[in-house]
Design a protein around this ligand. Structure first.
Ligand SMILES: Cc1ncc(COP(=O)(O)O)c(C=O)c1O
Ligand SMILES: N[C@@H](CCCC[NH3+])C(=O)O
Length: 470
């Protein structure tokens, strides 16, 4: 029965065993009542690799990566000479994952010296690497320049001057792209919107009061004329987990208008990166848009704008992260303590069942950071018990340690059952911690019916590893 505690979008499932193909990776199914990934059951996975466990459907990851490359190139090849797809590695990065990205022909977007180090360790061609960051250290910039990476995405005027000075000291030239703030309010959680004025990223396109030109304009003129800077192009990224195409289109228009202005002054912009941020389905309320549809819509919009402005289309690049890694991953947890509490709503009390699992905000901080919604299923068996409104919580010392805020689970879900949370491939492992000294789970990649660890589970010994002996 529908609980008054449930949000309007959450329906009571007809079948609590069903696996929504919008949310789960393509290799996930049920066999003999158990959830399987490419034919391997969750019980076997947990027996072999422990719980909780991050499972990655490697074929799904690779197919999504390829779809972005193929569909965007198909949509843009005639118009703008093609598209370079940079995988936003902040979503999920291990040396193995970087290798898949390389093998699928994608470029690599990194956002720190650490991510850059992993991309290089995986043998990524430096020319296919970008480095982001609003506060890059000299060491990070020096590595990027000496490695001659394809683009250092400069985020401020002082940083541009530092890059020029460092490149001069190193007697090398630096490949520089400028990240601008197109002043777009993306429809997403405020902590993951990145193109409105009042936030930390990018060079503003709005002139300060009484100033004749914007910081973005000054930066372009500096980059275009500095001896040690190879000016690659312009960049904008409006935010993350976005479904509405309007924000992307508005940003593209502002960038192209700026490009037209520069064009009229004789500064030709050869490349425009329009960022990532494409939303995925975490729950039944989310309706993700296929890469081919996003590509065609954006290409149609860009075509119209370059015709209106009378400019040649720059080469386009994009930076999807979540929409490649997210749906490919899921987390298997083991249920422990369960209890029912009486939650108040409109002056009445209603039951809410709590199912505590063996992980939580240390393996997925997104619910606590962004009120992110997820869903979950009972995975080791099918139950005919009635679905009851449940909250899956972790084992941390925080009442906000929520794994899935609202989901209908079979009433008899209990101690020892396996609970799977889908769509955790992005920003789970990437943002995980050892809070409460929980060792982090392993990541297992499943391909062609074979499961292998690509990141091993942490042990208590790992927790002592950085202790300095007295
Ligand atoms: C500059 C930049 N590019 C790409 C991304 C990837 O975003 P998403 O994982 O939402 O595709 C991000 C994250 O928001 C970002 O900050
Ligand atoms: N970590 C965020 C996205 C930030 C993307 C980086 N700019 C999330 O999980 O949704």
């Amino acid at each position: 029965m529908q609980s008054p505690l449930a949000p309007a979008w959450l329906t009571v499932p007809q079948d609590t065993a069903a696996l929504d193909p919008n949310i789960f990776s393509t290799g996930v199914d049920r066999k003999d009542a158990e959830v399987t990934v490419q034919g391997i059951g969750v019980t076997e996975l947990v027996e072999r690799f422990g719980s909780p466990l991050w499972v990655l459907d490697e074929d799904d990851f690779r197919a999504r990566a390829r779809a972005y490359a193929d569909d965007f190139n198909a949509a843009f090849s005639e118009l703008c000479g093609g598209v370079d797809v940079f995988y936003a590695s902040k979503a999920l990065l291990t040396v193995q994952v970087a290798t898949w990205v390389k093998e699928e022909g994608l470029f690599m977007d990194t956002a720190s010296g650490g991510e850059l180090a992993i991309a290089l360790r995986a043998g990524t061609d430096p020319a296919k690497i970008g480095l982001h960051g609003n506060n890059k250290s000299d060491e990070e910039l020096q590595t990027a320049i000496t490695q001659q990476i394809g683009r250092i995405v400069v985020d401020s005027l002082p940083e541009l001057h530092r890059v020029d000075n460092l490149a001069t000291e190193l007697r090398l030239s630096a490949n520089v792209m400028l990240r601008l703030t197109p002043g777009v309010d993306a429809s997403t959680h405020e902590h993951i919107a990145t193109a409105h004025e009042d936030q930390k990223f990018g060079l503003t396109m709005t002139p300060a009061p009484n100033a004749e030109t914007s910081v973005a304009y000054q930066a372009v003129h500096f980059a275009a004329s500095a001896d040690r800077i190879n000016f690659v192009g312009l960049h904008s990224h409006i935010g993350s987990q976005i479904f509405d195409s309007l924000g992307f289109e508005t940003a593209a228009t502002r960038m192209l208008e700026f490009i037209a202005l520069l064009d009229s002054e004789g500064i030709r912009i050869h490349e425009l990166d329009i960022g990532g941020g494409y939303g995925i389905a975490y729950t039944e309320a989310d309706e993700p848009v296929a890469p081919g549809v996003i590509a065609n819509n954006l290409a149609a919009h860009i075509k119209q704008e370059i015709q209106r402005l009378g400019i040649t289309c720059p080469r386009i690049s994009i930076e999807p992260g979540r929409s490649i890694a997210g749906p490919a991953g899921m987390t298997i947890y083991t249920a422990g303590t369960t209890k029912t509490v009486w939650a108040e709503h409109d002056g009445e009390h209603h039951p809410r069942r709590y199912v505590a699992v063996d992980g939580g905000m240390s393996d997925n901080p997104r619910p606590v950071l962004y009120d992110a919604d997820y869903t979950a299923v009972l995975a080791n068996r099918i139950s005919s018990a009635q679905p009851v409104l449940s909250r899956v919580v972790g084992k941390h010392c925080e009442s906000g340690d929520i794994v899935v805020n609202t989901v209908y689970l079979p009433e008899d879900t209990d101690h020892g059952d396996l609970v799977v949370v889908p769509a955790t491939g992005a920003y789970g492992h990437a943002m995980s911690s050892n809070y409460n000294m929980l060792p982090r789970p392993a990541i297992v990649a499943v391909k062609d019916g074979t499961a292998r660890e690509i990141i091993r589970r942490e042990t208590y010994k790992d927790l002592f590893a950085r202790e300095v002996e007295m």
